[in-house]
Write a protein that binds this ligand. Sequence first.
Ligand code: NAD
Length: 271
Amino acid sequence: MSALPAKPCRRVLVTGASGRIGRFLVPALIDASYEVSALDIVAPQQPDPRARSLVADMTNREEFRRLLVGHDAVIHLAANPLAQEWSEVEPANITGAVSVLETAGELGLDKVIFASSIHVCGYATLGDHFHANTPVRPDGPYGVSKAFGEAVARYVHERFGPSVFVLRIGTCRARPLTIRERTTWISPADLVRLVRACLSPTAKGYRMLWAFSANRHAHVDRSEWGAIGYQPSDDAENYLDELTDPESGTVAEGRIGGRFIKAARKQGEDS
Ligand SMILES: NC(=O)c1ccc[n+]([C@@H]2O[C@H](COP(=O)([O-])OP(=O)(O)OC[C@H]3O[C@@H](n4cnc5c(N)ncnc54)[C@H](O)[C@@H]3O)[C@@H](O)[C@H]2O)c1
């Protein structure tokens, strides 16, 4: 039996579009000729007039479903990335992930991209080899909530069949700042490259990908990047002279989770 021709994915909805990543990803996708709906609970400060701006709460499942109809792919960025307490991971990282990911499956979208995080494996050490089966070792409520989102994304792939790309995003900023980021840094341009690779017709199935730049110092299974055509071009090593080491001598030293790694609480100690 011959394989079906791959369908182009042109109509894309980005959740969390007003956030740090959404603000550069939305225009970059439009520049690449995608039709983009930019959804956020907060209106964008400088909306791209070429995007369809949707101000909505993704946890309102009925409304979100109505807004998602007609799209080929969803890029799920919306979350509370600063959640340090269990009470804070709800509703965005749990209810929001279920609402967005399961609705995408139910509506029969072709592709789902889920913004996960290295904090799913925060206790891994910086020298580890990072690959699709790196064990989950979350470093707190935020990392646990992203592991939950990864599980929902996998379930949606199995049950409803869209291609699903889980991106364990490292530290996304214009340039790396710390020694830890020799491993974890991803430049905005490389993150755009990675998302575009996921949206390309040849990228299919279920994939868990480490979202890093081409950092010489990082031990990542690059064959997994090659399989979807992701070719990063930045390298944290080019900034080595400028990097500081705030984690030196702390419990976070050498751990991929950095400052999210906290010293163990002793019994009876207040938070
Ligand atoms: N920036 C990084 O370096 C980095 C690293 C690892 C993972 N990530 C993940 O990537 C994603 C985007 O990160 P970011 O830095 O742009 O985060 P951000 O906090 O800047 O943006 C998140 C956006 O989600 C929106 N949002 C929250 N709750 C919502 C709701 N109920 N409905 C609709 N929108 C809602 C917020 O208003 C915000 O604009 C997050 O899931 C984050 O966990 C980011």
